[in-house]
Design a protein around this ligand. Sequence first.
Ligand SMILES: [Zn+2]
Ligand SMILES: [Zn+2]
Length: 310
Amino acid sequence: MRSLTFIIASLATVLTCAQRNALERELRVGLFNEGSPAQLLVMGAGGNCMVLADGVRKGELTTADGLRIRVADGRLSAKSLALAFTAKRIEIRPLGEGFRMRDPAKQHAERAYPGVLEVSVVNGRLQLIDRVPLEAYTAGVVSAEAGKEHHQEYYKLQSVSCRTYALTNQTKHKLDGFDLCDGVHCQVFQGRNRNDSISMAVRATRGLVIVDPDIKLIHATFHSNCGGETMNAEDLWSKSEPYLRATVDTFCTSAPHARWEKTMARSEWLDYLERRYGLKALNTSATDAVLHYEPHCRDLYLGNTWPLIP
Ligand SMILES: [Zn+2]
Ligand SMILES: [Zn+2]
């Protein structure tokens, strides 16, 4: 039996003093990163919100009121029943459980978020950043990524993974001005968790992360469905990791989304392979290999032909 390749550790014991602030630290999560709304309606959740414009307190947003924010002449224009102002940056500090928001131009349901909302203008559009405590973020991610009605122990495991992933990847969006986005690129985060079982799992694992034998936070990657086999880290990234080895996963093959189909014209497929990888249609043995490909394990290259098609 191989020795343990990773360890579950308490954040407080693995981090340096400066990093230990991460325990209480807030993550800056970019919301609606893939398509920010042109305008926004913000309301309090379970209490009023304090509203600040460019760092100056403007007043309170009561639970019966909503602040409509839009971009006008490169600045933010904000209006509620009680307030009307323009600013470069608006901060909504909830005095209750959090804030709710929705795009007034769209039908989609409003979402409730924990944390403090920062709104500014980037490239003529709203940039929304949620300053959210790590534990509340972890609960929100587990609820969005894992879904309902799972076993409590699974939620605990997912909490430790999502917390670790967040801390390992918190510089992913440094150039964008925040830590992590709210989409699948980082981890899906759609606001406050409302599932009691998930809340209990996050509390039970509070501050726990996964580290490697050098006590470094691991890449806690996870998947919806791997199709039956995972990959070695070095086959996907440049560096190998002792805990990310290709592993046959018989659970995924009988789970939803293990099988899917897409139909396209033969010429469309071959044109794509020629454009992208330089596969020549005249090379009949290679075209044959990519048109009749039935792998029995996870190959690194399609059809194992030349040119190599990853
Ligand atoms: Zn991202
Ligand atoms: Zn799997």
